[in-house]
Ligand binder design. Sequence first.
Ligand SMILES: NC(=O)C1=CN([C@@H]2O[C@H](COP(=O)(O)OP(=O)(O)OC[C@H]3O[C@@H](n4cnc5c(N)ncnc54)[C@H](OP(=O)(O)O)[C@@H]3O)[C@@H](O)[C@H]2O)[C@@H](O)CC1
Ligand SMILES: Nc1ncnc2c1ncn2[C@@H]1O[C@H](COP(=O)(O)OP(=O)(O)O)[C@@H](O)[C@H]1O
Ligand SMILES: [K+]
Length: 489
Amino acid sequence: MQKILSGIQIKELDSNQLSRSGQTSHELMEAASTEFVNWFLNQELPIDQPIQIAVGAGNNGGDGFAVARMLADQSYSVSILNCFKSIERLSKDALVNFSSLPEIIQIHDFEDWVFPNGGILIDAFLGVGLKGELRTDAIEIIRKLNTFKGTVISIDVPSGLPSDEVVNGTAIKADFTVSFEFPKLSLMYPENAEFVGELVVLKIGILEEAYNNLMSTFYYLEAVDIRPLHKIFSRFSYKGDMGKVLLVGGSPGKMGALILCAKSALRTGSGLVTCHMEDSERAIIQTAVPEAMSSWGLIPNPEIYDAVGIGPGWGIGNRDRLFKQFLQDFKKPIVIDADALNLLARNLDLLHLLPKNSVLTPHIGEFTRLLGPAADHSKRMEMAKKFCMDNKLILVLKGANTVINLPDGRQIFNSSGTKYMATGGSGDVLTGMITSYLGMGYSPENAVLCGVFHHGLAGEIASKSKRRSLIASDIIDAIPETYIQLNIS
Ligand SMILES: NC(=O)C1=CN([C@@H]2O[C@H](COP(=O)(O)OP(=O)(O)OC[C@H]3O[C@@H](n4cnc5c(N)ncnc54)[C@H](OP(=O)(O)O)[C@@H]3O)[C@@H](O)[C@H]2O)[C@@H](O)CC1
Ligand SMILES: Nc1ncnc2c1ncn2[C@@H]1O[C@H](COP(=O)(O)OP(=O)(O)O)[C@@H](O)[C@H]1O
Ligand SMILES: [K+]
């Protein structure tokens, strides 16, 4: 899985890469810039748009000069906005690329900048080399760049945004951030969303060995990580092998949550799904999900199930005793979502009953109810890490870059998903998916990694034709396509 390193570690990564690959630093910059330009060309932007590249003195600026040359070679109309003051300040590799600029590219000084009404601004002013508070001259430059009305694309990070922290002041507001090798931590924080825009991550050929001596507890979950985690089922598999799962939830007015959860578990691959709900609601499940069985009253002997997911649409009214009884009876890892999380929040003494490696799936609101408010997302992640290590639990902190917090302290950001998934019921679908994988015998960690990644991918697939009209059922309908795309039988 891809490690996410801090801004400071990136210098060391670069030098590891150079010593192990035999590449020069200029060749590495050329590789990064080439990947950027290949991505840019794939966007099929009209060739007649003016492109302005704001270039700083460091290696981020060096990328900017290289990109300018490459785009001019492709017949784009490119000009440079000088944010580097004097040539003497350019880094070694920035100077090499500055010297290779073709004559056709004009360079404008700060005072002469007049932005056209549209077009493209490529932001190569400051990258991960930013140190401390932004200086006032840099703030002035960024403010002026932010008045540009066309499409803004930041190279590596939006200039002014620190690599690892929540922004504290001014930064470029990008429409796209194209980050090299892995997303910098700051690009993952919701507080920075208005600066980052759409996030693109491009591999630039850093060798695996270059990461060896660099410690991090942060990781980025990508499609390549998922396939090896899946179990292979034999020709003789029967429905019992595919997992017998129990989903507890639903209440008058909230049966949809349980229906979505059940359909999602079935589509993910569960062999047998039983839904447990109030007596008055059982006809709804039998009609809406004929493949599922139903049960009501006291929770049936949970030990006959391979996995249990509890909470979607359950209500919290007078469930405390039932919840406690269930936790006392069931000894395997459980998936706990929605109202079961709220019940846990008001009965924290039940925490010790949760089987080791149980999975909690809060969104930020549920997280706050459970563990209290946090000053920002980075603090929230510290709380999540401590909670999982202390209690030996897995916590899936849902959002635009869902974070999977593991009991060993690793924190894994998911790369799949889309803003169009911010719609009622998509969390219920996730609960169905994770419970389904647990039921199929996946370890809790693998069930969560597969559940979270496939869920996001299904959302992406559905959003291609649905955009903002996407509803949670569309995510379920797209689950089969995720298996096809990842080549999983
Ligand atoms: N492996 C990879 O990922 C690869 C990364 N590559 C690229 O290299 C980039 C990192 O380059 P880097 O280290 O040269 O630093 P960079 O971001 O250009 O910033 C330095 C400039 O910022 C300035 N500055 C600093 N603090 C400031 C402040 N508070 N307020 C104002 N200004 C401040 C500082 O000025 P100074 O303090 O020196 O006067 C200097 O001019 C990385 O993001 C990626 O784009 C690829 O080319 C190759 C592979
Ligand atoms: N902007 C977004 N980008 C990517 N995924 C998102 C975004 N917003 C929400 N999601 C995903 O959608 C799901 C929403 O879950 P939740 O808030 O529990 O919804 P509900 O309670 O309506 O079922 C989570 O898996 C979350 O990661
Ligand atoms: K930048």
